[in-house]
Write a protein that binds this ligand. Structure first.
Ligand code: NDP
Length: 247
């Protein structure tokens, strides 16, 4: 069934971290809208199972987003198999936390490597293919934590602010090539990453935690023609949390 939110028939989309969590919801939504979807993830079993379930318009590729050479192979394979790359969703991410005195360099390096450097490498890898195809849409998944400070989350926050800055700079640089680059800023979304957090204690005006499906409409919008004049934008999907809560 083609989704009513976007018609992505014949478009090719790559979703990093697409095997589970929110990434798997993006994969399903893009596929449902008619796209051919590459599920790119470390998790071979879950990624292969998802691609097999979706059928011939989906394929799994093993990808560590911090691996520059592997990015080149994934894009080359996708172009060979399906003729190009129209949409990239840089979704793979990790989170870690701790008071600054007990937050070792290794944790900082890991979160910056996956969330920020992985996003940069993905953008860099797909740009030649998108230029060759006459344009494209890059959707970088940041966070509300890329818009404010947060105790103990400094590495994650810095990485997600970085994704936001990278997005705005590439939107300026790549507009002429017809490549749109936007960021999405989820609030609390119920996944394995947030399994230890109780959303009822969070100041969310809509009074519930988010689900992966709460984000798919935004990604479909940014992937498709309805957002043809939108680039460098940041879309917050957080139940209103960033605005504070009333009494
Ligand atoms: P999950 O931890 O549930 O899923 C993340 C996926 O990314 C996993 O499949 C994971 O594989 C994969 N991944 C991690 N590292 C790499 C890597 N180096 N290369 C390729 N794939 C990798 O996270 P969520 O679904 O919750 O989050 C998805 C994105 O949304 C992240 O960028 C996150 O920061 C962001 N976000 C999430 C929020 C939330 O509340 N959940 C809120 C705001 C933003 P593996 O399991 O093998 O590590």
């Amino acid at each position: 069934m083609v989704s009513r939110l976007a018609d992505l028939t014949d478009r090719v989309a790559v979703v990093t971290g697409g095997a589970r969590g929110i990434g798997a919801a993006y994969v399903r939504a893009l596929h449902d809208a008619g796209a051919r979807v590459v599920v790119a993830d470390l998790l071979e079993d879950a990624g292969s199972a998802l691609a097999a379930e979706l059928g011939e318009r989906a394929r799994f590729v093993a990808l560590d987003v911090t691996d520059e050479d592997r990015w080149q192979e994934v894009v080359a394979d996708t172009v060979e198999a399906w003729g190009g790359v129209d949409v990239l969703v840089n979704n793979a991410g990790i989170a870690n936390a701790g008071p600054i005195e007990h937050y070792p360099r290794a944790k900082w390096d890991a979160v910056i490597a996956v969330n920020l450097t992985g996003t940069y490498l993905g953008c860099r890898a797909v740009v030649p293919a998108m230029k060759a195809g006459g344009g494209g849409s890059i959707i970088n998944i940041s966070s509300v934590e890329g818009m404010r400070g947060s105790t103990h989350l400094h590495g994650y926050v810095a990485s997600k602010f970085g994704v936001r800055g990278l997005t705005k700079s590439l939107a300026v640089e790549l507009g002429e090539a017809g490549i749109r680059v936007n960021s999405v800023h989820p609030g609390f979304i119920d996944t394995e990453m947030t399994a230890k957090i109780d959303p009822s204690g969070l100041p969310i005006p809509l009074r519930r935690g988010g689900r992966a499906e709460d984000l798919t409409g935004t990604v479909l919008y940014l992937a498709g023609e309805s957002s043809a004049y939108v680039t460098g934008a940041e879309i917050v999907v957080d139940g209103g949390m960033i605005n504070g809560v009333g009494h």
